[in-house]
Design a protein around this ligand. Structure first.
Ligand code: SF4
Length: 343
């Protein structure tokens, strides 16, 4: 591990100022990913700016019926918060599907957005990796790529091991898949003041710059995540498929929310995890469900639409069919779970 200095500001403004004067510094909240990356010399910040004293630890109701989740509220406190459980059970379910209780007690909502990929080659400095070292190539293409992306991997250079831009990494977060389905809004502050970013625009596809995971500008900090009033609290599901039952990252995951009138769908959201560099949504596929009966026959064509253009790289090709089946199952469970509750 490289030497680094440490500071603990008390205000958001002073944290932003510290980062402005030392751009190689990093904010640290729970540190559940950053410390691992520092031990492996993947991340080498010159300073750790500990943000745990910042006043970003509340969950508050918004006038429009939504909720504001402070960036420093832990994942565990968010999942078990009574308002989150009641209005956004999809988010609670999704958070509890991730990591272990110990990690959820440390990890923060803001930090969850900044988890870096678990691609094996990203952590192995003996291997090429365009995300860790831009232009060096991609060890996963042509390597063991069972956990890698099947959607949104296009880059201007051919997708080969020695491509200077390619990356087929996936985003590892569970929580972010639910936040995508719920159309959350990320609140940030920085040298140019406060702004909001729609969740769909927060994470990015690799394109030709896989070293960047998100659209945050230099010096900015996430202060909160806003949940819109519509929480799909009646019909929802998070289906996470993984190699073992707990403490494993998703091979494929699906977060769904439905609104129904009788058995007719009036609103639908579907977000996929484990398949792309960011949570994957396709609003036109969701729109396809509106007005349809909530049956597997309606769900199957939508699964096909969501996976349109999917490409496997050998070991991960199984994800294409797995994702289609998972979408149908998650939607089916979202419909039947409420029926089961009522019985
Ligand atoms: Fe690096 Fe991305 Fe290739 Fe993994 S998939 S080796 S993170 S460039």
């Amino acid at each position: 591990m490289n030497p680094f200095t440490y500071s603990r500001p008390n205000t958001v403004d002073s944290a932003i100022d510290e980062l402005k004067t030392e751009p190689a510094a990093k904010f640290i909240g729970g540190g559940t990913n950053l410390i691992d990356l520092m031990k492996e010399n993947i991340e080498k910040p010159s300073r750790l700016i500990d943000i745990n004293r910042l006043p970003l630890t509340d969950i508050v109701e918004l006038p429009d019926g939504g909720l504001r989740l402070g960036a420093l509220v832990t994942n565990a406190d968010t999942a078990y918060n009574p308002l989150v459980k009641e209005r956004y059970p999809l988010l609670s379910q999704t958070i509890l599907a991730g990591a272990s209780p110990q990690l959820r007690n440390m990890a923060t909502n803001g930090g969850n957005l900044f988890q870096r990929t678990r691609c094996y080659y990203f952590y192995d400095k003996a291997m090429p990796c365009n995300k860790r070292e831009p232009g060096s190539g991609c060890g996963a293409i042509g390597g063991y790529n069972r956990i890698h992306a099947i959607l949104g991997t296009e880059s201007s250079s051919p997708l080969t091991t020695d491509s200077p831009t390619a990356c087929i990494a996936t985003h590892p977060s569970d929580m972010c898949v639910a936040l995508a389905a719920l159309e959350a809004v990320v609140r940030v502050d920085g040298p140019n003041g406060e702004r909001t970013i729609d969740f769909a625009d927060f994470h990015r596809l690799p394109g030709d710059q896989p070293q960047y995971d998100n659209t945050l500008q230099p010096g900015e900090i996430v202060t909160a995540i806003d949940l819109p009033a519509l929480g799909f609290a009646q019909h929802y599901d998070y289906l996470k498929l993984r190699d073992r039952a707990s403490y494993a990252f998703a091979l494929v995951s699906v977060a769904v929310g439905l609104e129904l009138e009788g058995n007719t769908i009036t609103n639908a959201r579907i977000a996929l995890g484990g398949v792309a560099h960011k949570p994957w949504r396709k609003p036109e596929a969701e729109q396809h469900l509106v007005g349809k009966e909530a049956t597997a026959d309606s769900f199957r064509p939508v699964a096909e639409l969501l996976l349109e253009g999917a490409k496997g790289y050998g070991h991960n090709t199984f994800k294409i069919d797995l994702a289609k089946r998972a979408i149908v199952r998650a939607l089916t469970e979202a419909v039947t779970m409420q029926k089961a509750k009522q019985q």
